[in-house]
Write a protein that binds this ligand. Structure first.
Ligand code: CA
Length: 497
């Protein structure tokens, strides 16, 4: 049996025609993949998702050219673990990157035994380039060019200054947002070499992206354009600020200007793809790595969802999520079943012609095309230390750690100072149990846990089954350092991230 199967395979391989580059270029060239990641962009911060303040014509056009997801999620409500999940197509707790490194990514990084989307697409013949924020380790072995990317230009850390001196007509908002010289900590790199950047960082990333596309016009490419905007510091230049002169509140004006710089970036990338004749043959994805932040003076919007970045309510994890691929996908399509950033691994590699399967990543293409009408995911799961969350098609269960800390315990950055060794994941005061009917109460305003004990029990059991597959939260690469408090359902809870 085995021998005949082997013989079949050998004869199949012999029969396969040799494909020349010219043939690839004409009919069967693999699609290019461009993944544009925004940082802390709220689901309510683009026109197509309902912003009444910010104009995003290019993002709106991207949505019109493809598919807009109304229930798109990330696997964590803060930057670094969200990225670790997305780039591996696996819940990041599986490989120990459960918390924000909080600066310790200078010594540690994404586990080296993990395979990234760039590794997979590189193996499939793609030129792979990354531009922008990495946030998954800064040592040689953790650098993007050690994790599957042929080229890199950007910021290895979690954030950077957008400019180092205030340009004429530029502005900033917030107490810690005045421009300062970049330190080695948030430096900009070309490849592995530190470079000086004088222009507005978002514009520089856009120029680099356009240049990457130009240089690789004649081969399939994967571009990961990971903008640092509109993450803090809130800083913008005059051309973008001029669009919002009518906005009185300064933080709101600067934030809107930053989102416009992202929108212009999307426009320039699309224009370049059209110029090289590859727009129809390019799968473009646009997501945010978490919901918008509650600590920037109400300058952003998660629509009317509860919570912000750091929270496991919808405002922290439900994000803008767009896919466009004119050659293959319908235009002007809304897709309303729950999907997650982890799905990009299977989706991108399926588009490339050879799909990767992981425990967690679902190829979304057949769902979008209407070839499948079932649910991509029966459940989505989250965990951050003691915090647990799970949702099915209708219900969402969240458990937060109860605490006797009060607002008076928060430091001047709005966080709790961590104990030596990080936050223990135990829950001596117990957990609050929150159950929401997302179908009828997407705002998570009405905790119905007491009315539906059977549903609570069923979701608890499913979460426990998933949790049993994971290493425990205190065996992660990094302990939990970041934490803050919030009030939910009349109780103060401790968020650990
Ligand atoms: Ca972020």
């Amino acid at each position: 049996m085995k021998i005949s199967l082997a013989l079949c395979l050998v004869s199949l391989i012999i029969m396969l025609p040799v494909v020349t580059n010219a043939q690839v270029d004409s009919a069967s060239r693999q699609p290019n993949i461009v993944f544009i990641f925004a940082d802390d962009l709220g689901i309510g911060d683009t026109g197509v998702y309902g912003s009444t303040i910010i104009d995003t014509p290019n993002i709106d056009a991207l949505a019109a050219s493809g598919v807009r997801f109304t229930q798109g999620y990330v696997s964590h409500p803060v930057c670094s673990p969200s990225r670790a999940g997305l780039l591996t197509g696996r819940y990041q707790q599986r490989h120990g990157w459960e918390f924000n490194p909080a600066g310790r990514d200078r010594d540690n990084g994404l586990a080296l035994d993990q395979v990234t989307i760039a590794d997979e697409l590189g193996e499939r013949g793609y030129a792979t380039g990354m531009i922008g924020k990495w946030h998954l380790g800064q040592q040689e072995q953790h650098h993007p060019m050690s994790r599957g990317f042929d080229e890199y230009f950007g910021v290895l850390a979690g954030a950077s200054q957008f400019f180092e001196t205030l340009p004429e007509g530029g502005a900033y908002a917030g107490t810690r947002a005045a421009p300062v010289n970049r330190s080695a900590v948030n430096a900009v790199y070309r490849g592995r070499e530190r470079v000086q950047v004088d222009e507005y960082l978002t514009d520089v990333f856009t120029e680099e992206a356009v240049s990457f596309i130009d240089r690789h016009a004649n081969e399939p490419f994967f571009l990961y354009l990971s903008h640092t905007t509109p993450h803090t510091p809130l800083q913008a230049t005059k051309p973008y600020l001029d669009r919002y002169g009518h906005v009185q509140d300064m933080a709101t004006r600067v934030y809107a200007a930053m989102v416009s710089s992202l929108d212009d970036s999307v426009g320039e990338v699309v224009e370049k793809l059209k110029e090289i004749g590859q727009y129809e043959n390019t799968l473009i994805a646009l997501l945010s790595d978490n919901g918008c932040a509650g600590y920037i003076d109400n300058a952003c919007s998660n629509l009317n969802f509860a919570g912000f970045k750091r929270y496991h309510q919808e405002g922290g994890i439900r994000i803008p999520f767009l896919l466009s691929w004119p050659n293959e996908l319908p235009s002007n399509k809304l897709y309303d079943k729950p999907v997650i950033s982890l799905d990009l691994m299977s989706t991108f590699t399926a588009a490339a012609g050879d799909r990767v399967e992981t425990e967690d990543s679902v190829n979304l293409l057949p769902y979008i095309k209407g070839e499948r009408s079932d649910d991509p995911h029966e459940f989505l799961f989250w965990r951050a230390g003691p915090t647990q969350a799970i949702r099915d098609q209708r219900w969402k269960l969240i458990k937060y750690k109860l605490t006797d800390f009060t607002e008076a315990d928060l430091n001047d950055t709005g966080r709790l100072d961590p104990p030596t060794g990080g936050w223990a994941t135990g829950t001596p005061l117990g957990l609050i149990t929150l159950l929401y009917d997302l179908q009828n109460d997407p705002q998570e305003s009405n905790n119905v846990a007491a009315q539906y004990p059977d549903i609570v029990q069923r979701l608890e059991a499913e979460h426990a089954r998933w949790n049993d597959e994971l290493p425990p939260p205190d065996e992660t690469i990094l302990p939990a350092i970041r934490s803050t408090l919030t009030d939910v359902d009349g109780k103060t809870v401790q968020l650990i991230f």
